[in-house]
Design a protein around this ligand. Structure first.
Ligand SMILES: Cc1cc2nc3c(=O)[nH]c(=O)nc-3n(C[C@H](O)[C@H](O)[C@H](O)COP(=O)(O)O)c2cc1C
Ligand code: SF4
Length: 652
C-alpha cells in the first residue's frame, strides 16, 4: 500500500513488474482502496441519464482495461441543476439509482472503484428541461449564453441544497459507488461561493475565506456523515485563481481553500481555473502542463492528490509520483483514447498504447448533446450499442483476401482491424509516406501529436504477418481488378477544393483569379507557399483555416483571413480551441474579416459581401493576389478506365 503523504513505497506490481511498478501500487482513499494509481477523473460521455446501458458498458471497459478508479461525468443532484441539451448523469430521486447500479456493477466486476461527481450547476444551468429557476450564490447572468439569470440563494435555498446533496450521496451509496464527490470548480455553484468576485453575500456564507468555504465544508462533512464509513469523499477544486497566463499560477483563494480544508475530504482532485488550458488541445497545451500549479499541493495535505495533464507517457506518470506531485494519475482523454492504457503498461506493451492526440473531438459530444466519439479509439461510445471493444474484434468469417487502397488514417485503420481479424490484407499506398492527411497535417504548427494516429496503426500493422504494405504503388481501376482480391476497400482520401465552393457559395465561383494564384491547404502542406499579400477565405470553420493562417503568418505573409462566421475557426468552440486560435492570429498580426463571404477575386483584389447587410467590400490588394480557399473536400478517385467495372460482396 502506498504511503500517501510520505515517499512512495517499493513497487508491488503483481505481473510484469517493471520500472513502472510504482503505478500499480494500491492507494488508500479514506475507507476504500484503489487497486492502483490509474484514476479516470470525471468526464462526460454525452450519455448521462439518457443512455445508462451505454454508460455502464463504456465505464466497465475502462475498468477492464486497468483503471483503478472510474468516475461518472457530472451528476446532477436536483432538477434546479438541469443541463439539457447536454446530458449529465443525475441522482434526482430513487428512480435514478438503478441506472447507476448498472455502471458500478460493471466497474466492480474488474476490481476497480466507482466514483460519482455530484454536481449543482447554479447560474450555468438554464434548466431548459425542468423549467426550474436557477439558483446560485448571488443573482448572476447565465454564463452559457442563455438570456436568463440565477436567483440569489437565501438561507432556505442553502438548506435545500445541503439536503439535496446529502440525499444524492445516500442514493450514490445505494447505487454502489465507492467515492462521492463534492464538485467545487469549473464555474458552478460551489466555485461561485468560494470566489470573492462572485460571492457578494453579506451573511455567514460571504465575506471572509472561512465564510466563503462554509458551504463546501458543510457539504464535505454532511457527505461523510451520510456515507463516509464505507464510501470515500472526494473534492474537485481549482487551486489557481486564473488570469496568470498559460503555465503561470495565480495563488489566492484556491490555494487558501485547499490549505484551510486540507484534511477534511479523503481525496483532492485538483485542477485550474482555465478550462481551455486544463483540457487544452495539443496544438496549444502539452503533456503535464499543470505541474507548476500543483507543485505545492502535497505539502499542505496528507490526503491523496490527483490531477490531470493528458498523461500518456508512463515515464511522465512515474516521475509525477516519484517527485511527490501526485499520488494518483488522473486522466480523462488518455483513458478515452486507450481504455487499456494501464493494462498495456503493466504488461510492458508500450508500443501498443494508443496515445491521445489532444484533438478534443471527444469533448464535442458535450457541446452537441450527443454520445462521445474519439479520433483514436473508434470503439469509444459504441461498447454497448454495437458491442465494440477497443482490444477485441471478431475473428475473420472466411479466408477471403482484402486489398486496401490508400494508407491514410482510414486505410490504415481498415488494414489494422482486418489484419487483427486474421484476414490476408494488402495495403497499397500511392506515395512513399504512410498516414495520408494525418502525416501532412501533423507538420502544421502545433499538430505534431496528430501523427500518433498513423504511428499507432503502423506499429500494429508491422507486427501482423498477414498484412503486407506496398508503398509507391499507385493503382488504376484495372490494376485493382487485376489484383483479384476478394474484397477491395477504397480509402484514397480527399482533396481541398480551389473553386470557392462551400457553405457560403453553394456552387463554384466563376470569378476567381488564375490557377497559379490559387492555393488550397494541400498546396500549403506540400510546400507551395504564396508570397506577398494573401487573402485566406475560410468556409470550413474548423481547425484548418486557423492553422494554415498561423503557418502563413509565421512565414511572413501579409494575411487577411475572411470568414462568413462571426469568429475565426468557429467550430473550434466545441473543442475549446476557438479563443486560443483567434488570439494566436491576432497576436501574429493577421487581419481578420468576419461575417463576410467571398464573391470574386480577379488576382488584384478580393470582392467580399457582408452576410448581414449584403454590402460589398473590397480588400485592398497588390496587383497579384495569392489566394487560399479552405473548403470542404471532395472524395479522391482511382484513375478511371473505360474497361473498369467492379463487383464485390460484403465482408463477413
Ligand atoms: C469529454 C470530456 C468531458 C469532460 N467532462 C467533465 C465533467 O463532467 N466533469 C469534470 O469535472 N470534468 C470534465 N472534464 C474535464 C476532465 O475531467 C479533465 O479535467 C480534463 O480533460 C483534463 O484531463 P486530461 O488531460 O486527462 O484529459 C471532461 C473532459 C473531457 C475530455
Ligand atoms: S478524441 Fe482526441 S482528444 Fe479526445 S481522447 Fe480521442 S484522441 Fe484524445
Amino acid at each position: 500500500m502506498a504511503e500517501v503523504g510520505g515517499s512512495a513505497s517499493k513497487a508491488t506490481a503483481t505481473d510484469g513488474a517493471n520500472q513502472y511498478g510504482i503505478l500499480f501500487e494500491p492507494v488508500r482513499i479514506g475507507p476504500v482502496t484503489a487497486p492502483n494509481r490509474f484514476y479516470q477523473v470525471p468526464h462526460c460521455t454525452g450519455l448521462g441519464w439518457l443512455r445508462p446501458h451505454m454508460q455502464a458498458e463504456l465505464r466497465g471497459v475502462k475498468a477492464e482495461g486497468g483503471w483503478g478508479v472510474v468516475n461518472t461525468e457530472y451528476c446532477s443532484i436536483h432538477p434546479s441543476s438541469d443541463d439539457l441539451p447536454y446530458p449529465s448523469a443525475s441522482l434526482w430521486d430513487d428512480g435514478d439509482i438503478k441506472a447507476h447500479a448498472l455502471m458500478t456493477e460493471r466497474v466492480h466486476e474488474h476490481g476497480a472503484l466507482a466514483g460519482v461527481e455530484l454536481w449543482h450547476g447554479g447560474e450555468r444551468s438554464a434548466n431548459l428541461y425542468t423549467r426550474e429557476v436557477s439558483i446560485d450564490v448571488a443573482s448572476l447572468p447565465n454564463s452559457a449564453g442563455n438570456p436568463c439569470q440565477s436567483r440569489a440563494m437565501d438561507k432556505s435555498d442553502i438548506r435545500d441544497l445541503r439536503r439535496w446533496h446529502r440525499d444524492a450521496a445516500l442514493r450514490a451509496r445505494q447505487a454502489g459507488f465507492d467515492i462521492v464527490y463534492v464538485y467545487a470548480t469549473h464555474g458552478y455553484t460551489l466555485s461561485h461561493f468560494l470566489s470573492p468576485v462572485t460571492n457578494t453575500r453579506s451573511d455567514e456564507y460571504g465575506g471572509s475565506l472561512e465564510n466563503r468555504t462554509r458551504l463546501l465544508r458543510e457539504l464535505i462533512e454532511e457527505t461523510r456523515e451520510a456515507v463516509g464509513d464505507t464510501v470515500a469523499v472526494a473534492v474537485r477544486l481549482s487551486v489557481d485563481d486564473g488570469g496568470g497566463g498559460d503555465g503561470i499560477p495565480v495563488e489566492g483563494y484556491g490555494r487558501d481553500t485547499l490549505e484551510l480544508l486540507a484534511e477534511l475530504p479523503d481525496l483532492w482532485d485538483l485542477n485550474i481555473a482555465d478550462y481551455s488550458y486544463e483540457m487544452g488541445v495539443s496544438r496549444f497545451v502539452k503533456e503535464g502542463a499543470l505541474e507548476d500549479y500543483m507543485a505545492f499541493a502535497k505539502s499542505v495535505t496528507t490526503k491523496p492528490v490527483v490531477t490531470v495533464g493528458r498523461f500518456t507517457s508512463p515515464d511522465a506518470m512515474v516521475s509525477q509520483v516519484r517527485r511527490g506531485i501526485v499520488d494518483l494519475i488522473g486522466a480523462a482523454r488518455p483513458s478515452i483514447a486507450d481504455p487499456f492504457l494501464p493494462a498495456k503498461i503493466r504488461e510492458g506493451r508500450l508500443d501498443d498504447i494508443r496515445e491521445c492526440i489532444g484533438c478534443n473531438i471527444c469533448f464535442t459530444g458535450d457541446g452537441k448533446g450527443v454520445p462521445i466519439r474519439c479520433t483514436q479509439d473508434p470503439t469509444m461510445g459504441e461498447e454497448w450499442r454495437r458491442g465494440w471493444h477497443p482490444e477485441k474484434i471478431a475473428p475473420k468469417g472466411s479466408d477471403d483476401s482484402v486489398l486496401v487502397v490508400g494508407a491514410g488514417p482510414a486505410g490504415l485503420e481498415a488494414a489494422r482491424a482486418l489484419g487483427q481479424r486474421g484476414y490476408s490484407v494488402t495495403l497499397a499506398e500511392a506515395g512513399r509516406e504512410l498516414g495520408g492527411r494525418v502525416t501532412q497535417e501533423s507538420a502544421l504548427p502545433g499538430l505534431s501529436e496528430w501523427a500518433r494516429v498513423r504511428d499507432y496503426r503502423v506499429q500494429q500493422i508491422e507486427k501482423m504477418p498477414n498484412v503486407a504494405i506496398y508503398r509507391e504503388s499507385a493503382l488504376t481501376a484495372d490494376d485493382v481488378l487485376a489484383f483479384r482480391a476478394d474484397h477491395v476497400v477504397i480509402a484514397t482520401g480527399a482533396r481541398w477544393r480551389a473553386d470557392g465552393f462551400g457553405r457560403y457559395n453553394m456552387e463554384p465561383l466563376a470569378g476567381l483569379g488564375p490557377p497559379e494564384r490559387l492555393f488550397t491547404p494541400d498546396d500549403i502542406m506540400a510546400g507551395r507557399l504564396p508570397e506577398g499579400r494573401v487573402v485566406l477565405f475560410d468556409d470550413d470553420h474548423y481547425y484548418m483555416g486557423g492553422v494554415i493562417a498561423e503557418k502563413l503568418a509565421a512565414s511572413g505573409a501579409r494575411l487577411t483571413l475572411v470568414t462568413p462566421e462571426d469568429k475565426v475557426s468557429a467550430w473550434g468552440v466545441y473543442t475549446v480551441e476557438q479563443i486560443r486560435t483567434q488570439c494566436r492570429l491576432i497576436e501574429l498580426g493577421v487581419e481578420i474579416v468576419t461575417a463576410h463571404g467571398l464573391e470574386a477575386c480577379d488576382g488584384g483584389e478580393a470582392v467580399l459581401r457582408c452576410v448581414y447587410t449584403g454590402r460589398e467590400r473590397r480588400v485592398a490588394a497588390d496587383a497579384l493576389y495569392p489566394f487560399v480557399v479552405a473548403n470542404p473536400a471532395i472524395a479522391g478517385k482511382l484513375t478511371p478506365s473505360a474497361s473498369s467495372s467492379s463487383s464485390s460482396t460484403p465482408l463477413d
